[in-house]
Design a protein around this ligand. Structure first.
Ligand code: KG4
Ligand code: ZN
Length: 334
């Protein structure tokens, strides 16, 4: 096994983690910029990368101090190589390359979604074959994993990712950014009283959330035009119920069809209480990451890198960042 120092900077969080033997988390420092981007109703890429440049060294220093280990105890430097915002990714990548050269350690470029998936391996053991339900701000996918670090994307969204739909609905309803956690809280107060369209109810493993998102926005607009007040908590609850039903029913269908041992949920929306409750009593075990590993953090990147280290999946020093790395090509043996 190995001690991995990992950097994650794909969006508006700069994070550095140090993980020993995949299970022992020595440090996981996350510097969030949410308070800055809140003013704009979403992440402003240019600001995100500039803020990363400002804080990366302090976050790295804090992680090393928290871990309390000597740098020569680190076996590899891992970093998110994509997908994500290119300017943001560059900051983490450059820091990682510099560390790898200075410390004479291998570099491991990690796919961001592989990181979200392996957030489930820090405090749990993944049993294969499994199905990963990936629900983040940029992705909504069903990924079949026959064995460790084997990724087959069997379904995905045709339009908005689920987190994106939450955040766009939040913006139109004038809720603070990001809308996801706020809508989740409101949904627990409200009732499912508005009728909304069921997204892509076609028996496939694919998703579509833009129709549902537009239906919520249009309903709110109709009430505004009529001068009537819509019950925001009920609207949030109605939206969440329909969205969560689409995610859980498709994941469960695929899990049964493919006879997997368990479903693992990954990505920021895995923090969603409605989704957790909905899937809690499924007839297949459903594993959610601990809340602290749901949204972007470097511990999950270190966890994926621990597996990659075992298979010696190292990256050359001229590796580039990309907004759209293909997950399937990350599989061991490819
Ligand atoms: O995985 P993540 O941190 O970043 C990406 O890789 O995209 O996911 C961020 C997304 C945001 O869209 C945010 O609104 C959503 O996760 N999110 C939630 C909740 N917590 C975070 N969505 C619904 N319910 C939540 N409790
Ligand atoms: Zn993410």
């Amino acid at each position: 096994m190995a001690t991995i120092l990992a950097i994650e900077s794909s969006c508006d969080e700069m994070s550095v983690a140090i993980l020993r033997d995949q299970k022992e988390l020595l440090a996981n420092v996350v510097a969030s910029q949410i308070d800055i981007h809140k003013q704009y109703g979403g992440v402003v890429p240019e600001i995100a990368s500039r803020k990363h440049v400002e804080c990366v060294s302090a976050v790295l220093r804090e992680a090393l101090q928290t871990a309390g280990i000597a740098v020569d105890e680190i076996d590899a430097i891992a970093v998110t190589k994509g997908p994500g915002l290119v300017g943001s990714l560059h900051v983490g990548m450059q820091e990682a390359k510099t560390l790898a050269i200075a410390l004479h350690k291998p570099l491991i470029g990690v796919h961001h979604i592989a990181g979200h998936i392996y957030a489930n391996a820090i405090e749990n053991t993944i049993h294969y074959p499994c199905l990963a339900l990936v629900v983040s701000g940029g992705h909504t996918e069903l990924v079949y994993m026959a064995s460790e670090f084997q990724f087959e994307v069997i379904g995905q969204t045709f339009d908005d990712a689920i987190g994106e739909a939450y955040d766009k609905v939040g913006r139109v309803l004038h809720l603070p950014y990001p809308g996801g956690p706020v809508i989740d809280k409101m949904a627990h107060v409200g009732k499912h009283s508005y009728k909304l369209p069921v997204p892509l109810d076609d028996g496939s493993y694919n998703f579509s959330f833009s129709g549902l998102k537009s239906a919520v926005i249009n309903l709110n607009h109709k009430y505004e035009q009529r001068g009537e007040t819509i019950n925001m908590d009920d609207l949030a609850c109605s939206f969440q119920d329909v969205a969560v039903e689409a995610l859980s029913s498709k994941a469960l269908k695929a899990a049964h069809d493919l006879k997997v041992k368990e479903i693992i949920v990954a990505g920021g929306v895995s923090a969603n209480k409605g989704l957790r409750e909905k899937m809690a009593n499924s007839d297949i075990p459903v594993i959610f990451p601990p809340m602290k590993y749901c949204t972007d953090n470097a511990a999950m990147i270190a966890s994926a890198a621990s597996v990659m280290y075992k298979y010696k999946k190292f990256s050359p020093l001229d590796i580039s960042v990309k907004p759209d790395y293909d997950l399937e090509k990350e599989s061991v043996g490819v």
